[in-house]
Design a binder for this molecule. Structure first.
Ligand SMILES: *Cc1c(COP(=O)(O)O)cnc(C)c1O
Length: 376
């Protein structure tokens, strides 16, 4: 078994794995399951600091993003797609797939989206039903300031869809303070349950927009409206993946007890970035570093493939490359959720040091030792 130090899926703690092995009931007919589902949704809302309703959907993270766009988009609707990364741009596909007109707001992908520049842009351009934004764009590790950006959009009545799949619980997120209308999360990033579930929080304004649609949502599985009244009717639109939800609940119970979670991510993120920079490696971004993942450029002496292969074969540790425009260009260390602990990070940084040396990359200091010093 590899130690997976990837930016999702992450390592999964034993109590979560065991919760998934619990005896199953019929989730369609057993009313105790409806209560359990609702309670878990309420717990998620609480942890995300929102009064908005949460729904857990039976599908991987991508389903949440698609469901948000499917449920809000009517043919011809304009959506502003804020883009400074792969997932940012990717939202445009979901908008057009459901008949909407995406307008890309594309900015430099080495810096977070600048609230001042967006504010200026919106003065002239604000005729959008909704906007999409990624909190942490994982392929580059870009963190956008959702608490500054979403209120600017809200001021013009533009609904906000935010993908925080890889940021939530590793970075601060207060859904109500940001005024996020649909927030998308996933089970396999900082939440640190296995992949397979997505959850969304939905504001009253987003519900109103769905209720006022003239044309029905062009999907059943990706329809957030399909859950309307599920609790009163004790009826889900489709059979809920009960074992996955038991696991997710255990993951949120862990998070609820973990009062040091955000501070720990900050300590580890800072030490990881600083150690890499001190060793002479180049962080991929200029600004906007997420504390959930660190991304550095592949040194010219070697290739991403070779670094990842040596890490796996010699050290039994899995790091990640990246994809799309970043394929082969960078290495990603995922220090989110259960990966964000000092012991695993020390091991990963020590192993990375040896792997890079064996591939002919000269380092200015010991990655492992520097990381430890910075953590002390
Ligand atoms: C992981 C992730 C998702 C979910 O998609 P995957 O299929 O796991 O790639 C969505 N958004 C972001 C920003 C993610 O990091």
């Amino acid at each position: 078994m590899y130690k997976i130090m990837t930016p999702g899926p992450t390592q999964v703690k034993e109590n979560i794995r065991l919760a998934r092995a619990k005896e199953c009931t019929n989730p369609d007919l057993d009313e105790t399951f409806v209560e359990f589902y609702k309670e878990t949704c309420e717990q998620i809302s609480r942890l995300l600091h929102t009064e908005n309703e949460t729904l857990i959907l039976g599908g991987e993270g991508i389903l949440g993003l698609e469901a948000a766009c499917a449920s809000l988009t009517e043919p011809g609707d304009k959506a502003l797609v804020l883009d400074n990364g792969v997932f940012g741009k990717g939202f445009a596909d979901f908008v057009s797939m459901y008949g909407g007109q995406p307008q890309l707001y594309t900015v430099d992908d080495k810096h977070p989206i600048d609230p001042k520049a967006l504010e200026e842009f919106l003065k002239e351009n604000h005729d959008y039903k909704y906007a999409t934004l990624v909190h942490c764009d994982t392929p580059s590790g870009m963190l956008n300031d959702v608490h500054a950006l979403c209120p600017l959009l809200g001021k013009y009545g533009i609904l906000t869809v935010v993908d925080s799949v890889s940021a939530m619980f590793g970075e601060e997120l207060d859904v109500d303070r940001a005024g996020i209308d649909i927030l998308c999360g996933g089970s396999q990033k900082a939440v640190s349950a296995p992949p397979g579930l997505t959850f969304v929080t939905i504001s009253g304004k987003a519900k109103k927009a769905m209720a006022e649609r003239k044309i029905p949502i062009a999907s059943f599985y990706a329809s957030l409206k399909a859950f309307e009244g599920y609790y009163e009717a004790k009826w889900f639109p489709y059979t809920m993946p009960i074992s996955d939800i038991y696991g997710l609940r255990a993951a949120f119970d862990n998070i609820e007890k973990d009062t040091d979670m955000l501070a720990r991510h900050a300590r580890i993120g800072n030490a990881c970035r600083q150690a890499l920079a001190d060793a002479g490696l180049k962080l991929h971004l200029e600004q906007g570093f997420s504390n959930t993942v660190t991304v550095f450029d592949v040194p010219k002496e070697t290739t991403a493939q070779d670094i990842l292969a040596v890490m796996r074969k010699e050290h039994n540790i899995m790091l990640a490359g990246s994809f799309d425009t970043l394929a082969g260009q960078v290495i990603r260390i995922g220090h989110m959720g259960s990966n964000a602990n000092r012991k695993d990070m020390e091991e990963a940084m020590g192993a990375l040091e040896q792997a890079l040396k064996s591939l002919g990359v000269g380092l200015k200091c010991s990655l492992g030792e520097r990381f430890c010093e910075l953590m002390d």
